[in-house]
Design a protein around this ligand. Structure first.
Ligand code: HEC
Length: 133
């Protein structure tokens, strides 16, 4: 194996990590301009697992309803039954790499789970939790 090959391989392996750091730090900076921060991974974990009672159905909802209790495993959409790829970036390097995607799902999933949008502080906390999984 020549050095050039090793160099390129190392670079390719590093890209997902840089992409994640890029998208997450971009969002963190955005939340900070909205007055949020510092962010707490433990507060993010608590919110991720917190139960919210849906006013229409009376049933409990939380982020694990679809993503599952173990974020390194495949989740299951609670309504459609569709598989959802693992949330942990350690097993799914695509996670948290695209600002647009993160924003889109934060809106949808916060509304569905909490019955409202999440605040900048809440989103920053959850990213702090998720990014190290
Ligand atoms: C009703 C099912 C459902 C619930 C509940 C749910 N999610 Fe999701 N989530 C999805 C689906 C479907 C996707 C998109 C498919 C995928 O990325 O695998 C997704 C993707 C995401 C993503 C995009 C991650 C990325 O960069 O790839 C984030 C962030 C996210 N969810 C956060 C949350 C948070 C925070 C909660 C709790 C407030 C939550 N989700 C609850 C179904 C759900």
């Amino acid at each position: 194996m020549n050095m050039k090959f090793i160099g390129v391989t190392a670079l390719l392996m590093a890209i997902p990590f840089y992409a994640q750091a890029g998208a997450v730090s971009e969002l963190e900076a955005e939340y900070q301009t909205q007055g949020a921060g510092p962010f707490s991974a433990s507060a993010g974990e608590a919110l991720w697992n917190k139960n919210f009672i849906n006013t229409k159905t009376g049933k409990e909802r939380n982020c694990t309803s679809c993503h599952g209790a173990d974020l390194t495993k495949v989740g299951k959409h609670v309504r459609t039954g569709k598989a959802i790829k693992p949330m942990a970036a350690s097993v799914n390097p695509q996670r948290l790499t695209k600002v647009k995607k993160i924003n889109k799902w934060f809106v949808r999933n916060c509304k569905w789970t909490l019955g409202r949008v999440c605040t900048a502080q809440e989103k920053g906390n959850m990213l702090a939790y998720l990014k190290n999984l």
